[in-house]
Design a protein around this ligand. Sequence first.
Ligand SMILES: Nc1ncnc2c1ncn2[C@@H]1O[C@H](COP(=O)(O)OP(=O)(O)OP(=O)(O)O)[C@@H](O)[C@H]1O
Length: 230
Amino acid sequence: MTDPLLDVRDLVVRYGQVTAVDGVSFSLAPGETLALNGPSGCGKSSTALAVLQLRRPAGGEVHFEGRELTSLPEHELRPLRPRMQPVFQDPYGSLSPRHRIRDAVAEPLKVQGRWRPTAGPARVAELLDRVGLDPAYGDRRPHELSGGQCQRAGIARALACEPRLLVLDEPVSSLDPSVRAGVLNLLADLQDDLGLGYLFICHDRALVRHFADRVIEMREGRLTSGQRPR
Ligand SMILES: Nc1ncnc2c1ncn2[C@@H]1O[C@H](COP(=O)(O)OP(=O)(O)OP(=O)(O)O)[C@@H](O)[C@H]1O
């Protein structure tokens, strides 16, 4: 059996007195899509933030590519962060309104010291093309794109990090139904090509059944089905 890409054990997330996630365990294999489904407020986004270590959990462990993340200080997490990238519901919220799309996609390359003035622009154009955007759109700012185009640009920016895991938090929920299928097809193609693992957070049960390899259900902070046996 392949080692899991992500192995979450007894995760607890608290906001003050509120326990949003209460002992959640699951694992995700490389190249797998695991859907986390459940009603509004059940703790899906809190689970996503804790997996990404954007909110440090109050308890439990998050093993990613064999490293346990919750015990790592920020300076040791930093080099691992590019490998697990979020894609959030609001496509405009994840891109700075002031920056052109090409700069937003180039930024992770620059932050990671992988930007080369000669090859960099071509790499950005390649990433935009890979997500189905005309590279000429690189000149635009987010408000000059549709929601679907903007979500594609956000995915291009995530891909610039060369991730192994995408945490997709309601990635198509704010898009027109006509645009959703295109973005989901893109995600499926990228997974086939790159072997990415997806933690796919979605409240739409029909959609998760269609898109995911496996579904786990959450309610009031706990998994009600699909919990990994201990
Ligand atoms: N920053 C916060 N401060 C205090 N409580 C919070 C915070 N974020 C979430 N919560 C609470 O934690 C619980 C879980 O919220 P969370 O957003 O994780 O659920 P969700 O399943 O993602 O909901 P939705 O589908 O509506 O986004 C809710 O009771 C929510 O009110």
